[in-house]
Every structure is written in structure tokens, then in C-alpha cells.
Design a protein around this ligand. Sequence first.
Ligand SMILES: [Zn+2]
Length: 294
Amino acid sequence: MQTIHIGDIQIDRLVESDGPFADAGFLLPDINPALLEQHRDWLYPHYVEPVSNKIIMSFHSLIIRSPRATILIDCCVGNDKERPERPGWHQQNKPWLQRLAALGLQPEDIDVVLCTHLHADHVGWNTRLIDGRWVPTFPNARYIFGKIEYQYWQQATQQHNGEQPLNHGSFDDSVLPVIEAGKAVLVDSDHQLESGIWLEPAPGHTPGNVIVHVKAATQHAILTGDVMHTAVQLANPDLSSRFCLDADLSRQSRKQLIDTYADTSVVLLPAHFPTPTAGFIVRNGNSFAYRCAT
Ligand SMILES: [Zn+2]
């Protein structure tokens, strides 16, 4: 994705990983296998890998630079995390910090970190491992977590007594250390970060899931987090992912977003759409498609 400009606000994408991720039937358990073929003309090869038929997904952060602040949205999986249930993430070592530097930023430059929700692939770089301890990666940042989202995972983690840690153990290694360092701010789901940058609740994927609006002059972008995981969901907006905690509510949030912004000039920046990520929703027969912006 090339840099996006919304008035005097700049948005860049910082990739941790990008490539074929999973079979459509794994990611979207209710999918009709014929759907991919019906939408082959626009889904392949950008969103579905032609040889394996796997859904292509990206794990990236988005960085908003306004004249007032540098805001990091979503923190991917992170390095060195114990994720044995997900071998591709387990103790991974990705050059994410080097890529941050390539955007002209050091960890000290980040003023605000915002996680759209607290799944393991959105909180990882909140912390890094230093001398055997998880410490906040961004020493000068205030970390913004949704109140509803934080309270849900705090309680669920406390009550969990399964063999495997809940949510890959990410609350303990990537959220709690930020709280304990006194760097977290818990906010309502419609919190305004600054003039022209605000949250909107989009529950279902998780209870406190939010999207982020960026608006300046006549331009408008929405960082849609995990309301959609793949453009395949535009071919059938009813399809929720296997990772959605409330599939029905996730469907409602997704359909509302799609209906509101289809055939408009609002640029979407979903959390898992592969390169080039930024695009527009367009009506396509009885459903929708995605048109890349850059
Ligand atoms: Zn995600």
C-alpha cells in the first residue's frame, strides 16, 4: 500500500506478514464452496491463491500521522511470544521494528497505541521481551484499550481453566504488562482521539471490537479492524469468521458497514486484507466486491 493522505493526515501500513493463510472453509466455516468460483474474476489472485485456493491474509499495523500525534493502530503478533498452538506465530522473529524504522519512526516516536480489539494478532508488539520480562515497546505512548474489550478479556482470562491458555496467553504477555506499567487508558467504544479521528463500536468479532474513522476536509478513511477478514466476505457478507465470538452480531456489524459505505469514496483499510489493503466497497450484482485504492 502506498501512503494514503486524508487531508493533512498520513496513513502508512507496516507489515508483519502477508501470504496464503488458510482454506476458505477453515476461516469461514459456513462458506458455500461454489462462492469462490462464482467470484473468481475479482477474488483471484489477489485474495485467493490460485494453486492452493487458500485465502491470502496480511498481518499489519497501520500508522496514522496527524499534525498532532503519531498513532499506531493494532500490533500484530509480535516477536518471541509463546504461541505453541499456532506454529507460524510461535517465538517468531520478524523485522517489524526495522520496518517501523524504514517509515522514519523509532518506538519512542509513537504517541498513542490503539488496539481495535485484544486478540493475539492485534496486541503482540504492545510489548517486547527484554532481559526475560515483557515490557511496553513504546515508552512514550499511551495505550488505548476499549473498556468493554478490556473487561471482557480480563474476566475471561481469570475464569479460564482450560489446558491451553485463552487467546494464546496474549492478555498476560501483551496487555497486562502495559497496565502494570501505568501506560494504559481505558476508553468508551466511541472515544475521540483527536479532531477527525474517532472510534465507533463494531461488536461481534469480540465484545468491544471497534473501527477507527479518520476524516479531514472532504476525505474519509476507516480502519475496519476485523469486521471483515477477507474480501471473500464482500461476495457474501453473511459469512462470519471462525474467530468471531458472536457470529450473528459480527454479521450485523459487517453488513451495516458494507451497506453504509458501498459505492462511496470512503477508503477502507481492513486489518487483514493483503497488499495493497486500501480500497473501496463496490456493489457487484447481488453482492459486493473490493476495488483497490492504490
Ligand atoms: Zn485479527
